[in-house]
Design a protein around this ligand. Structure first.
Ligand SMILES: Nc1ncnc2c1ncn2[C@@H]1O[C@H](COP(=O)(O)OP(=O)(O)OP(=O)(O)O)[C@@H](O)[C@H]1O
Length: 314
């Protein structure tokens, strides 16, 4: 379990993280999402005791990282996959890390197997591809068999096979009851990997939601209706919270009503429907919309900001 409470980090005049509170629970993969510069890495560094918060608290399993007697067994982390001794072999790199905390050689062999690096374990890590470097980073994180994993952008730069591998690994680690907290700036990737999402923009919390809920909101009742009676249907479904547009003869795009409500009204008034379909915004679009609002909110003084009702955007 990871808990951030009113976490704030300032670098001089720059506020990287502001009043951020969230909880990451064990058993599911939690995605930490936000555009570049949103404060994800800074938050992760504070969770790992690598950066001191200006104010607020970051604890893992009830204690700050530094207060854990054997932190490698408690929290495994991968912040910069390339932060490795390039002159050493992958095996020796892990062995050196293990030796500092009394982890046996057999565990090194185990994690090498687990991340699929057996073939190249005796090669110098300096010659590794980005994907192999990421695997080695994950092997280091897993070395102490920790209950909590914190990984910063582990899929960055990986090929589709590598991405799928990490996705499956993270899910299986969570299924074992671990806390898995993984950052990304790609909504589409997180939708496939995570069950829960903490979304940040400009250092602040934007959403703390399940992926399921996010997807449901993203598909926020825009319905495409094709009918030979568009004029009549338009009259029947019009209302104060309903927006109806038409870019094509005989086709209406409706927000503010569900497909069930439209279908029922059409039936009651004898309007034939040729098509009635929920339109789902792509997750990436929904994510950009969500984070764009934060940028606008920050950039435009409130007095000149138009009064936008949430959920009514065209
Ligand atoms: N040591 C530092 N000194 C000054 N500003 C910093 C420092 N570290 C981070 N920042 C700033 O704080 C903000 C948040 O950075 P951070 O790296 O945490 O974001 P991020 O969400 O991880 O983004 P990215 O995916 O680009 O790494 C950025 O504007 C960044 O420039």
């Amino acid at each position: 379990m990871i808990e951030a409470t009113a976490l704030t980090k300032r670098y001089g005049p720059k506020t990287a993280v502001e009043d951020l509170s969230f909880t990451v629970k064990p058993g599911v993969v939690t995605g930490f999402l936000g555009p570049n510069g949103a404060g994800k890495s800074t938050t992760m560094r504070m969770l790992l005791g690598l950066d001191a918060p200006t104010s607020g608290r970051a604890v893992v399993n009830g204690r700050s990282y530094a207060d854990h007697p054997a932190p490698l067994h408690e929290v495994g982390a991968m912040l910069e996959a390339r932060a490795i001794h390039t002159g050493r072999t992958a095996f020796n790199h892990l062995l050196a890390l293990a030796a500092t905390t009394g982890i046996p050689r057999s565990r090194v062999e185990e994690v090498i197997e687990l991340v699929g690096l057996r073939e190249v374990a005796k090669k110098r890590a300096g010659g590794f591809s980005l994907g192999m470097g990421q695997r080695l980073g994950i092997a280091s994180a897993l070395l102490g068999d920790p209950a909590t994993l914190i990984l910063d952008e582990p899929v960055n730069g990986l090929d589709p096979e590598g991405i799928r591998w990490i996705r499956d690994l993270l899910k299986s680690l969570a299924a074992e009851g671990r806390t898995v907290f993984v950052s990304s700036h790609l909504m589409s990737e997180m939708a496939l990997t995570a069950e829960h999402l903490i979304i940040v923009g400009r250092g602040r919390l934007i959403a703390d939601t399940s992926v399921e809920e996010f997807i449901r909101e993203a598909s926020n009742n825009t319905v495409r209706v094709r009918t030979p009676d568009a004029g009549k249907l338009r009259e029947q479904i019009a209302g104060p919270d309903v927006t109806i547009t038409s870019d094509e003869a005989g086709v209406l795009t409706v927000t503010g009503l569900s497909s069930e409500q439209i279908g029922r009204t059409a039936h009651e008034h004898g309007v034939a429907l040729y098509e009635l379909a929920n339109q789902q915004a792509s997750l990436e679009e929904a994510f950009m919309e969500l984070t764009r609002d934060v940028v606008e909110y920050q950039a435009v003084p409130s007095a000149s900001r138009p009064n936008v009702t949430e959920g009514n955007a065209a």
